[in-house]
Ligand binder design. Structure first.
Ligand code: TMP
Length: 238
């Protein structure tokens, strides 16, 4: 396989085309941003850690029948993925109140939700990723009603599988953000990454934050938390 040009560079990853038009190479970076890029920094070894965590989770999801873009882990910080066109939606599932929901609903951080909440944000940095509903998504022709239905069902299944894996690691999945893409046959599959950058994970025994909130809120020991998540996953998934 030959790696061709850079297709896209995001805040945490680079995507390259390859000589197979159905395959992209994703390279995970150590760069970290928060608050729509206002806060910038680096988390040492994050590229390697998140590539490994995402690879584990995507493989596990495949086994559970959840189609996703993962093909193989190519190197410590690179994976090969199926080429998809990303649907410009950040799909969030929440199990416990945290982050932006604290202010929006006036609930205390840590309040367990009776049922999961699904939220959609329109992926657009210039607009600050505004929250949107089914009507916006259809009017903007981002997805049709059947596709939204599929995404909602799929994201709840993803939440169930990922929640269980992390619980085996003594971590509570507080919330997660995923993205979907369309392949060459217009089939919608899970894409992007699943890592402590895109999930909130709290230690089951102590409620200590083990995710990017440590960077967002300057809590210290950021790399250590990411390393711990990887080490616990390696232990249960080997
Ligand atoms: P929020 O509480 O800040 O809205 O975040 C909800 C979830 O989405 C949380 O797991 C962090 C994740 N997330 C991202 O992956 N990227 C983002 O840009 C934001 C704002 C949140």
């Amino acid at each position: 396989m030959e790696v061709l040009g850079l297709l896209y560079e995001g805040k945490a990853k680079k995507v390259f085309e390859t000589d197979d038009k159905e395959v992209y190479l994703v390279e995970y970076k150590d760069d970290a941003t928060a608050f729509n890029g206002e806060k910038k920094g680096k988390i040492n070894h994050k590229g390697v850690i998140n590539n490994k965590i995402s690879s584990f989770l995507f493989q596990k999801l495949t086994k559970e029948g959840i189609d996703n873009h993962f093909i193989s882990q190519l190197s410590d910080n690179q994976m090969l993925v199926k080429a998809v066109k990303i649907i410009p939606l950040e799909v969030v599932v929440r199990n416990v109140v945290a982050g932006s929901l604290v202010k929006r609903l006036g609930k205390e951080e840590g309040t367990v939700l009776k049922t999961p909440i699904i939220e959609f944000c329109y992926k657009n940095d210039a607009l600050g990723d505004p929250m949107v509903n089914h009507y916006h998504i259809k009017a903007l022709e981002i997805a049709n009603e059947d596709e939204i239905d599929f995404i909602e069902k799929e994201v709840l299944r993803i939440n169930d599988v990922v929640k269980k894996i992390f619980l085996d690691c003594q971590l509570d999945l507080i919330d997660l953000k995923v993205e979907f893409g369309r392949n060459s046959e217009s089939k919608i599959i899970l894409a992007d990454e699943i890592s402590p950058d895109t999930c909130r994970l709290w230690d089951h025994a102590t409620n200590e934050k083990m995710d990017k909130d440590r960077f967002r809120r300057d809590l210290g020991k950021v790399e250590e938390a990411y390393q711990t998540v990887l080490a616990r996953l390696e232990k249960v998934l080997q």
